[in-house]
Design a protein around this ligand. Structure first.
Ligand SMILES: CC(C)(COP(=O)(O)OP(=O)(O)OC[C@H]1O[C@@H](n2cnc3c(N)ncnc32)[C@H](O)[C@@H]1OP(=O)(O)O)[C@@H](O)C(=O)NCCC(=O)NCCS
Length: 215
């Protein structure tokens, strides 16, 4: 399966000081409908529900994670959860997800997306950091991913986690023939792990999270 690093444009985002509490946990089959909805809002070539079913059950190599709005979000949190058109994000809802294929030391980030109403609050970083921690614990030695050449937001996130461009896949995306940049973070050693922890500690000032994926 081709990892989809296609995307729809991210609108200009304001960045609140804190967000409601979120839970980071492994994706289950019950999450797939919500994940597919976010996928369609985020990518021009979304995965099917069947593709997600395959990934969720293929636990040997595929490691999928979701961000779930916590039940203990307080009143202020609930107000911040109001969507632009008045729809409220409810406790228990999935607001983001990511995937990583881990095969013989390679941690391949296959997908990552945050619901458009929740971008720019540190949640994408939380997902990526959590996946990388998980991969390192399972023996990941380096990480790679493909990203659209035009996706500056995602590239900035990856650079923050020390990915550099190591190649280009010409006309990788079938919808518009855009090139993919191949990015790599290496090595995922104990020093890198500690730098993730430092970044997560800084992030905890902006995002209240409960990481049940890597704990
Ligand atoms: C890419 C994506 C997952 C980032 O998630 P997010 O929650 O919006 O990002 P965060 O708030 O965690 O920001 C993390 C970093 O990303 C970068 N970033 C986030 N929003 C940005 C923006 N509007 N412009 C430039 N850089 C941005 C910054 O480096 C930021 O670090 P900082 O907060 O220290 O500045 C999200 O925009 C998304 O779902 N996009 C659509 C799907 C997609 O393109 N996925 C990636 C495919 S390769």
């Amino acid at each position: 399966m081709i990892p989809r690093m296609a995307f729809l444009p991210t609108p200009a985002q304001s960045r609140p000081a804190t967000t409601p509490r979120v839970i980071v946990r492994r994706m289950t089959l019950d999450d797939i409908n919500q994940v597919v909805d976010i996928d369609h809002e985020s990518f021009s070539t979304p995965w099917s529900a069947n593709a997600y079913r395959f990934e969720v059950t293929n636990r040997d190599t595929s490691h999928l994670v979701v961000l779930e709005m916590s039940n203990d979000a307080d009143g202020a949190g609930l107000r911040r959860m109001l969507w632009p058109f008045g729809r409220r994000t409810l406790p228990g809802e999935v607001i983001g997800y990511g995937g990583c294929w881990l095969i013989t030391g390679e941690a391949h980030i296959s997908t990552i997306a945050i619901h458009p109403a929740h971008r720019g609050q540190g949640l994408g970083e939380l997902l990526l950091a959590s996946m990388l921690k998980h991969a390192i614990r399972l023996g990941g030695e380096y990480s790679v991913l493909e990203v659209r050449e035009s996706n500056a937001t995602a590239q900035a996130l990856y650079r923050k986690y020390e990915y550099t461009v190591i190649g280009r896949r010409k006309q990788y995306y079938r919808d518009n023939g855009e090139d993919a940049l191949l990015m790599e973070a290496r090595p995922l050693d104990s020093a890198y792990y500690r730098r993730i922890e430092t970044r997560l500690a800084a992030l905890s000032g902006r995002v209240r999270f409960d990481d049940r994926f890597t704990r």
